[in-house]
Design a protein around this ligand. Structure first.
Ligand SMILES: C[S@@+](CC[C@H](N)C(=O)[O-])C[C@H]1O[C@@H](n2cnc3c(N)ncnc32)[C@H](O)[C@@H]1O
Length: 196
């Protein structure tokens, strides 16, 4: 089954209600000055809605239209400045330069991870921040998932283009909620870089 369809089916069942914004993202951005952010693979917008409530304008993209429709409805109901679009991360480009480009739990094949990080650099203003949060070393994966898509901080750092300066690379064991009643414990990865 194509990945987009798989994600749509997942979102038909569970919209992630009750999970809230990612704890590492909250810690990293709680004191940041609001600006314009771009999120790759926003899902139902747990993080985009949190940022928008703190004064950020957010452009949120995801190829799962079920998630995007839900995110649009949430943002409209709360009158929050989130523009959500159905688009593919690996080919995304718009004309805006952002203060922040971020992505949480986007585990793509190596070449697509590289494209995503290159694209984040293209979309940032000088001095803008890129934040990647994900998991690494995950085992017991279904057959269709490439273990390399759960890359280490070191591997991801090597994908950064030359106009990005790595400012933080962190790995630690952490608990991540998958739904209102399921939490996993895995090795978390955080990468933060600045556009030169
Ligand atoms: C694990 S979910 C994470 C959602 C959200 N970032 C969060 O942390 O709640 C991964 C998301 O990436 C999206 N995604 C995966 N590959 C994508 C691609 N190539 N283009 C756009 N979205 C993609 C999926 O539809 C899904 O919503």
């Amino acid at each position: 089954m194509p990945m987009r369809q798989m994600w749509n089916q997942m979102y038909e069942k569970d919209k992630g209600e009750g999970c809230g914004a990612d704890a590492w993202l909250v810690d990293t951005l709680a004191d940041a000055t609001p600006g314009h952010a771009l999120e790759f693979g926003a899902g139902t917008g747990l993080n985009a809605l949190w940022l928008a409530r703190r004064g950020w304008r957010v452009t949120a993209i995801d190829f799962a239209d079920v998630a995007v429709a839900y995110l649009v409805a949430q943002a409209e109901a709360a009158a929050l400045p989130v523009t959500a679009k159905v688009a593919d991360i690996t080919a995304y480009q718009d004309a805006r330069a952002y203060d922040l480009v971020y992505m949480c739990y986007i585990h793509l094949e190596a070449e697509d991870q590289r494209k995503m990080l290159r694209s984040s650099a293209r979309q940032l203003k000088r001095g803008g921040r890129m934040l990647y949060i994900g998991l690494t070393g995950v085992t017991n994966l279904p057959d269709h998932v490439d273990p390399a898509s759960f890359a280490s901080a070191r591997t991801l750092a090597a994908y950064l283009p030359a106009d990005m300066r790595l400012v933080r690379q962190h790995e630690a064991r952490r608990r991540v909620p998958l739904s209102a009643d399921e939490v996993i414990e895995e090795q978390g990865v955080l990468l933060e870089a600045v556009k030169l």
